[in-house]
Design a protein around this ligand. Structure first.
Ligand SMILES: Nc1nc2c(c(=O)[nH]1)N[C@H]1C(S)=C(S)[C@@H](COP(=O)(O)O)O[C@H]1N2
Ligand SMILES: [Mo]
Length: 376
């Protein structure tokens, strides 16, 4: 076995000062790819460009006819459903921007050692499925329900704890309509790709990625609060290892820029020519609709209001924004920040937490503007 059961009391590791990204983090980063930022141009992220995060292995599901989803626990009529059974229920399609709770983690000092996201753990898709509340209605939730636990088919060990990937939602969220939680079987009109949860996954619009359980095989209504690893050990906002911490839930606001100009291969610094330069990007929040995006070309000393495109009815999807900047020769840093209807915005200096969760520090994009006469 080789793992110590007392490892669970060991907190996730913090990198030592000046410690580079390790082989363990590199291994995670090559499995769990981000959105290439130029793909922020698309309303709906093309297949394969959406970010991916999987804690353990992607289950092998060559044929979904054998798959069974059970709905049980504190219900009057336990259900056993195949994906075909689910397709007979009323279907809903919701456009959802999904973001990993660890997005931005690798920018923290000290760095929590885990999947080393910079800003790219995001993507937007049209998810089609059955509203979870209809399945729970069909099963008949008994009085006294507290949580609904979702179990994936993937299995692994994390800090000494062997587990199926499991997360829970409060019963009110699971049966609610704002957002409406889906058991999804299609992404952008096609069956779910293996890495995104084939054949079934949960979609919880507005919540960070960890809530959207992939390879969903079990829905269990409980009369006590769920205290599994991914609920009460991982995904908590903590300053110290011993803190109970606040749970990570909904997505805090963020704006990202479509990278302007063209990149330097190694540094990824953007190279542009002098003159007016259109800037564009996306902004989202799972808390309240984004109401404002501002852009700065001087690292946040002065801000200019960007033009925000209408939401077009997609409450849970990112919004497009645009602005213009007049580039002058030299080195610059472009920044954008989003604000939502509740007044939440993005910090210029990041408050730190041990897991590196919900880090929405403003994006900083280094730009080198060439001299007038420079050419490729
Ligand atoms: N079963 C299962 N579901 C899971 C995970 C997992 O490892 N196993 N990872 C979660 C996390 S942390 C994220 S960010 C999202 C990522 O979804 P995506 O890979 O479809 O973008 O899936 C969530 N659902
Ligand atoms: Mo995540």
């Amino acid at each position: 076995m080789g793992h110590r059961l007392d490892d669970v009391s060991a907190p996730a590791r913090l990198a030592a000062p000046d410690e580079g990204i390790g082989r363990d983090e590199l291994a995670l980063a090559t499995r769990n790819h981000g959105l290439p930022l130029e793909a922020l141009r698309y309303d709906i992220t093309p297949p394969g460009l959406h970010y991916v995060l999987t804690h353990y292995d992607i289950p092998y599901v060559p044929d979904d006819t054998e798959w069974q989803l059970t709905v049980g626990g504190l219900v009057r009529r336990p259900l056993r459903l195949t994906p075909a059974d689910l397709r007979a229920f009323p279907r809903v399609t919701t456009r959802v921007t999904l973001e990993c709770a660890g997005n931005g983690r690798a920018l923290l000092t000290p760095r929590p050692v885990s999947q080393p996201w910079l800003v790219e753990a995001v993507g937007t898709a049209d998810w089609t499925g059955v509203p979870l509340r209809l399945l729970l209605e069909e099963a008949g939730v008994e009085p006294g329900a507290v949580d609904v636990v979702f179990t994936g088919a993937d299995h692994g060990v994390e800090r000494g704890v062997e587990q199926d990937y499991q997360r829970a939602l409060p019963i009110g969220t699971a049966t609610g309509t704002e957002p409406e939680v889906l058991v999804a079987y299609a992404m952008n009109g096609a069956p779910l790709p293996p890495q995104h949860g084939r054949p079934l996954r949960l979609v919880v619009p507005g919540w960070y990625g960890m809530a959207h359980v992939k390879w969903l095989r079990e829905v269990t209504v409980t009369d006590t609060a769920f205290e599994g690893f991914q609920q009460s050990v991982a995904y908590r906002l903590r300053q110290h290892p011993g803190d109970a911490g606040e749970p990570v839930t909904r997505i805090v606001p963020r704006a990202l820029l479509v990278p302007p100009g063209f990149p330097d291969f190694m540094s990824r610094t953007r190279v542009v020519r002098p003159g007016p330069l259109p800037l564009e990007g996306r902004a989202w929040s799972g808390r309240a609709p984004v109401t404002r995006v501002e852009v700065s070309a001087d690292a946040g000393r002065t801000w200019q209001e960007a033009e925000l495109e209408p939401a077009a009815g997609h409450r849970w999807a990112w919004r497009h924004w645009r602005s213009t900047w007049t580039a002058t020769p030299g080195e610059h840093t472009l920044t954008a920040r989003a604000t939502d209807a509740d007044g939440h915005t993005q910090p210029l200096a990041q408050p730190w937490n041990r897991g590196g969760f919900a880090v929405n520090l403003v994006q900083r994009v280094p730009v080198r503007c060439l001299d007038e006469d420079a050419h490729g």
